[in-house]
Design a protein around this ligand. Structure first.
Ligand code: FE2
Length: 141
């Protein structure tokens, strides 16, 4: 289970709120797997995660452009890879959720999804923090 820590904040309420929600969705996936919820329930959460991750990454790209973030192109490329990575994970999740022998692999996928968010947050998005600190805390684009 992922818990929100203040060190996860990039100093922008809009981006932090998105990250909070993504964290919540990943926890919901973990809970659904741990409590062996029906595959249909897991599928709903997975779709929400991929859809919301798309929305979030697009929002981040707009904010980066609006604030003149010099690493925008690198982030855009990384976001494209993240979208693909997440979609592949979800396809595998959906397949495994329907087969009982997939439990161990499901656990591994939950960990991968969690790591995806932590790396996105703590390694990638933190590079925006100094620039975001110069803007209003609710700056959005
Ligand atoms: Fe982000």
């Amino acid at each position: 289970m992922l818990l929100w820590h203040e060190e996860m904040s990039v100093g922008n309420a809009v981006i932090d709120s998105d990250h909070h929600y993504l964290l919540h969705l990943i926890n919901a996936i973990e809970l659904a797997c741990a409590t062996q919820q029906p595959a249909a329930s897991l599928r709903v959460i997975l779709r929400r995660l991929t859809d919301y991750a798309d929305l979030h990454l697009a929002r981040e790209e707009r904010i980066q452009l609006a604030m003149g973030f010099t690493l925008h192109s690198e982030h855009e490329l990384s976001h494209t890879n993240l979208r693909e990575y997440l979609k592949d994970l979800c396809v595998e999740f959906e397949h495994l959720a329907t087969v009982s022998e997939g439990a161990a692999r499901l656990e591994h996928l939950v960990e991968s999804t969690r790591r995806w968010l932590v790396e996105h947050l703590m390694q990638e998005d933190m590079s925006m923090k100094p620039l975001l600190a110069r803007l209003p805390p609710t700056f959005a684009a």
